[in-house]
Design a protein. Structure first.
Length: 332
């Protein structure tokens, strides 16, 4: 029998999450049996921490539940011929070191995955965040060559891929982030314009300076005041992909926003919220494209790796505070 360590949600978050909101527990897993439902034993190698966990925990979890999340895991024991011992998969089994599975919800890493490429990228650029950028740009923004794309939280797991894919698509890209180091990183990976929103005197002026003609596409990860100002600088028939609202996830009192109808009507804008799961049937296509661009060096990857399963809450809180450049992951 294997003893798994798991992080549970001890207390629903009030405002910003705290380490005391989590509890580390141990669970003894049953042995696999021939003919039984549970045919696979897996151990987590890398675990993901993502912004969505903050609002989804409130919506979908009860206190005492194992914290939601995705991992890259290695198959330790198998009674399922479709999965060999030693193979790596992406699983959505929450914050745990070991788990058992019937195999239905496991996704094998692509067979073309190079040995030299970190498998943790399957949680980032060549995983759900990368696919969010890919489908948000191609299906929602419907970007075209020669257009100008704006993305906020641009140095994060999704935003950094958005900018690079927009460049591959022949667009001008403007990004903003919360530190000078992040702005330097954006310039390094090919953004045409980038600025630190914490040090500018006027967001309206910074956006106007970066693209005097306005923006065709706006990939919004932040919401709140940023979105309120940016929407007024959209070009006619502009498209806005609403991916996230991290500026509001930790609010105890909902923000009061202005009214967007005037710019929406006068500029005939399209604004669409989306979840990447809408394109589940096309994930293979997206992952194949992302993996190819990464291997070719057209998409650069940066990871913030925290060592140790015991540091999951700290990594999660740090990610929400914007301490990471690129994708935040925890190595078990």
């Amino acid at each position: 029998m294997v003893t798994a360590k798991v992080w549970v949600l001890k207390k629903h978050f009030e405002g910003f999450p705290k380490t005391s909101d989590f509890d580390l527990k141990k669970i003894v897993l049953p042995n696999l049996k021939d003919g039984g439902k549970w045919k696979l034993l897996l151990e987590s190698v890398f675990l993901s921490v993502d912004p969505y966990m903050r609002p989804y925990s409130q919506r979908d979890m009860k206190e005492g539940d194992i914290m939601i999340g995705t991992q890259v895991a290695r198959i330790v024991e198998s009674k399922n011929p479709a999965f060999t011992v030693g193979a790596f998969v992406v699983a959505r089994s929450g914050w745990r070191t070991h788990f058992i599975s019937d195999g239905k919800d496991l996704q094998l890493l692509p067979s073309s995955w190079p040995e030299s490429l970190p498998k943790s990228l399957a949680l980032g650029t060549v995983g759900m965040p990368g696919l969010t950028a890919y489908f948000g740009l191609t299906k929602v923004c419907k970007m075209k060559p020669g257009e100008t794309v704006l993305v906020n939280a641009a140095a994060g797991a999704v935003g950094s891929v958005v900018g690079q894919l927009a460049k591959i698509g022949g667009c001008k890209v403007v990004g903003c982030a919360g530190s000078d180091d992040k702005v330097a990183y954006l310039k390094k990976i090919g953004f045409d314009e980038a600025f630190n929103y914490k040090t500018i005197t006027s967001l309206d002026e910074a956006l106007r300076k970066a693209s005097p003609d306005g923006y065709d596409c706006f990939f919004d990860n932040v919401g709140g005041e940023f979105a309120n100002i940016a929407i007024n600088q959209m070009k006619k028939y502009g498209r806005i992909a609403v991916c996230g609202a991290i500026s509001q996830y930790n609010d105890s009192v909902p923000q009061k926003g202005p009214y967007l109808q005037f710019p929406m009507i006068f500029k005939e804008l399209q604004m669409e919220g989306f979840l990447v799961s809408r394109w589940n049937n096309h994930w293979e296509e997206g992952l194949k494209a992302l993996l190819k661009w990464v291997v070719e060096g057209k998409v650069k990857c940066h990871e913030q790796v925290t060592e140790g399963f015991e540091n999951m809450p700290m990594a999660f809180i740090g990610m929400l505070k914007g301490e990471n450049i690129g994708k935040a992951v925890v190595k078990v």
